[in-house]
Structures are given as C-alpha cells and as structure tokens.
Design a protein around this ligand. Structure first.
Ligand SMILES: NC(=O)c1ccc[n+]([C@@H]2O[C@H](COP(=O)([O-])OP(=O)(O)OC[C@H]3O[C@@H](n4cnc5c(N)ncnc54)[C@H](OP(=O)(O)O)[C@@H]3O)[C@@H](O)[C@H]2O)c1
Length: 412
C-alpha cells in the first residue's frame, strides 16, 4: 500500500469508493443517498464524484423490502434467511442523468430525427409531397407509421411517389389527394375531400413552391408564384383550421427560404402592397417574386401561430438548406446550371427535410412557435419578416383576396 501511495496510486481504481466515514444508503423508492457519520449529515451527491444515482430495476428474486419497528427500511433475503439495511440493487445503480434535448445540425437527416419514434397515431398532410424535400418529408413520416397524405397538383406524379414509399415499406399508410395550390377552387376541393375522410390532422407541412417561372396569371387572376407559394397555403390552413384545432396539439410547418432576406413587400406608406406581391407582367422579376413569396411564408407562419396557438395549434417556418438539387430549378436554365454546379456541396434531400421534420415533432417545441429555423436551430429572419404589422397586413390582404376571388372578382 505504501508503494502505491508513493506512486500516487493509493486510491482505489473505483472512483465510486466512499471516503472514510461515509455510508451509502437508499430510500424506499430506490434513490441513493450518502450519510456521513462523523458530521451527522446526509446528501444526495456522491461525496467524491458529485453524481446522483438511483437503484436500477426490481429487487433480486427472493428479496423483499420491509419496514422494521423503528420505521427503517430493511431488505429481507428469504432464500438465505437474512436481513440487511443495504439495498441489494445498490450493486447495479445507474447515474441520474438529466436528459437534454438532442442537438441536430445541417448534417442531420430527417430519418435520424425520427429514430425510435412511433407516429402511428399521427396524420400528416404535406403539400408538394411528390418530389424533392416534400417527398423526403413524406417518406420519413410514413416509414415511422404516420398516415401521410400528399396534397399534389399532379396525381400521376403523386401516385408514383406513393408507390415508391410503399415499395420501401409495404405497410406504409400513404395516399395522394389532388390539390393545385394555384387554384382556390382546387384547394377548397382538397379540404372537402380530406374532411370527408373524417381524420384528425396533427401535422401540416406547407412545402410546395415554384421558383423562377415565367409570369403567368392563375384562374383567380393572381400572379402564380404568389398564389402557389402563399395564398394557396393560406386558404388551405383556413379551410383545415377546424380539423387542426380539434386535433390539438397540432403543428403547422411552413417551408420558406433564406432568400426571403433579399426583398420587401411594403409600399411607400409602409403597407403590404398587392402590386408588389402580384405584379403585372411588365414589373415581374421571377427571382424577386419567389423571394417575396418566401417572405410571405414567414409572415404567414408567425401570424398563424399568434392566432391559432391559443387553440393548441402552433406554427414555425423553416429554411431547408441552400441550392439542394430538387426540381425547384427546372423553370430557368440559369438556375439549373447554378444548382448543378453547387450540387456536390449541398445537402442531400434527407438533410433538406430534417428541419421541417424537427419542427413537426421535437418534444422541446411542444407549444412553441412563431419562430424561424435553419439547420434545426432557431435563428432570426429578416427585420421585415419579424414585423408583426406586416404579418397582420398580409393576413388581412390574404383574407380579402380569398373572399373576393372566390366570389368571382378577378381584377388585378
Ligand atoms: N431546393 C432548395 O435548394 C430550396 C432552398 C430553399 C427553400 N426551398 C423550399 O423547399 C420547398 C420544397 O422545394 P423543393 O426544393 O423540394 O422543390 P421541388 O422538388 O420542385 O418541389 C416542389 C413541389 O411543389 C409542388 N408544386 C408546385 N406547384 C404546385 C401547385 N400549384 N400545387 C401543388 N403543388 C405544387 C411540385 O409539384 P410538381 O412535381 O407537380 O411540380 C413539387 O412537388 C419549397 O418551398 C422551396 O421554396 C428549397
């Protein structure tokens, strides 16, 4: 022992060994505490390691916990006919680790976030779930048992996506329902078809978008990027809000983009300007139209959260990642070229779906919303995207548009 002491090794290998004067005991419900006989004190933390521990599992076979006449807990070993104050489970204690929420980042895949999750009691609707990020989001939820409904404008492409997911897991509950976000009537028909199924709705992912497409007007008389990316989703949520409220806690996730930072949508008097959101052909810039629509996504998300969170429906907006090689670039050759060059350096689509999936299921986000996430982290969007006046202004304008246009008023 002296030699060990000289070498600085007189201490035992076990960091758990108690210093002299200390004794390990446990409470009736298995928490370990430490008693110091010299100082007449007790504490929960191990005097050397500072860790808290509890006994794991049941008592060994043949053992029973009893209380003696002094009210002290004793352990009776019926097989060997002996009684002790020492809880035999103390040989198998586990540390009391406070479980912190798992940390994710830009490399996290959507399936990683759902690892170990059983979503078989969840119903999920995803717009544009037939391709790109929407498809990976749908696939991830479906492979974890959720009932997933793809809201898509082209049923042939949508049914192909359904088949792909079911080929991966034949029990996957996925189906497609027609929903063209560029048509107010189609959105209403989707909502009716969904409601006819009498399902709850726990997660709604507003994902669909078009980017840099040539100017065109929808049948409702609005510029189609604006209507597809924002107004269609606005009406969809409006039509489904009663189901969402009945299914609370429910979550809406709006897929936006960092490109929202490069634009604004206020006129010179500081009001949300329809002429900027749905401009005539002569004033149309396809990239600007996309950026404005993505700014609308964040404003819509925060106002939606403000209005529906008292009813148990929360909403967050996300940026999925930069220049992921989906179909989003298809309308303009220059975008296709840029996306092709960037392809080796960008996220996979599974990684692109991760932030939306995170916002849809993370336990630490229960009841939380009105925020903007990138790489599964909360970050601040642009100043205008944080402006509550703009969010309320956009909401009022959108309300007016869906009512007017549905009534057949189509003037720009
Ligand atoms: N890819 C990126 O780098 C990137 C970066 C930032 C943000 N985002 C955002 O991520 C989201 C998903 O985009 P993605 O990259 O996955 O692109 P994507 O592969 O082109 O997916 C877009 C989806 O939207 C659907 N869609 C388009 N117009 C529609 C309409 N009128 N009605 C219903 N669905 C419609 C498309 O359907 P069809 O297949 O029938 O056309 C497609 O399923 C978008 O909100 C986008 O703004 C993407």
């Amino acid at each position: 022992m002296a030699a060990l002491k000289f070498a600085g090794m007189d201490d035992t290998d076990s960091e758990d060994e108690l210093p002299p004067g200390w004794e390990e005991r446990s409470t009736k419900d298995g928490w370990v505490y430490y008693a110091n006989h010299d100082e007449m004190k007790t504490q929960w933390e191990h005097p050397k390691t500072g860790k808290k521990k509890r006994c794991a599992g049941d008592l060994p076979y043949g053992w029973e916990q009893e209380t003696d006449e002094k009210g002290q807990i004793v352990y009776v070993d019926h097989i060997n006919k002996r009684t002790t104050y020492f809880d035999p489970r103390q040989a198998f204690t586990v540390e009391d680790v406070v479980l912190k929420p798992k940390r994710y980042d830009g490399n996290t895949a959507a399936l990683e976030i759902l690892q170990g999750r059983d979503l078989s009691d969840r119903v999920v609707v995803i717009t544009g779930g037939n391709s790109g990020i929407g498809f990976e989001t749908a696939r991830s939820f479906a492979l974890h048992g959720a009932h997933v409904i793809l809201a898509c404008r082209n049923l042939t492409r949508a049914n192909k996506a359904v088949t792909l997911i079911q080929q991966e897991w034949h029990k996957a509950k996925v189906e497609a329902i027609m929903c063209d976000l560029a048509s107010l009537q189609s959105v209403r028909e989707f909502a009716d078809a969904f409601k006819a199924k009498k399902l709850p709705l726990h997660i709604l992912v507003c994902n669909a978008a078009v980017c840099t497409q040539p100017w065109s007007l929808t049948a409702d008389g609005l510029e189609s990027t604006f209507q597809t990316c924002h107004l269609g989703h606005f009406l969809l949520v409006r039509c489904l809000q009663d189901v969402l409220r009945r299914s609370a806690p429910a979550r809406v996730v709006v897929v936006s983009s960092e490109s929202h930072r490069f634009t604004d949508l206020l006129d010179s008097s500081g009001k949300v300007d329809l002429a900027l959101l749905s401009p005539p052909k002569s004033e149309y810039w396809s990239m600007v139209a996309y950026n404005r629509a993505k700014l609308c996504n964040i404003l819509f998300s925060s106002e939606l959260h403000r209005r529906l969170s008292p009813h148990g429906v929360t909403c967050n907006a996300v940026h999925p990642g930069n220049m992921m090689y989906t179909s989003i670039h298809r309308s303009w050759w220059l975008m296709t070229l840029l996306f092709t060059l960037a392809r080796p350096f960008t996220k996979s689509m599974q990684q692109g779906a991760a932030t939306a999936v995170y916002c849809a299921v993370a336990p630490e986000l229960e009841g939380a919303g009105g925020m903007y996430f990138n790489n599964c982290f909360r970050c601040l969007p642009s100043a205008q995207a944080q402006d509550q006046g703009s969010a309320a202004g956009l909401w009022e304008l959108s309300e007016r548009l869906v009512e007017e246009r549905s009534a057949g008023v189509q003037a720009l």
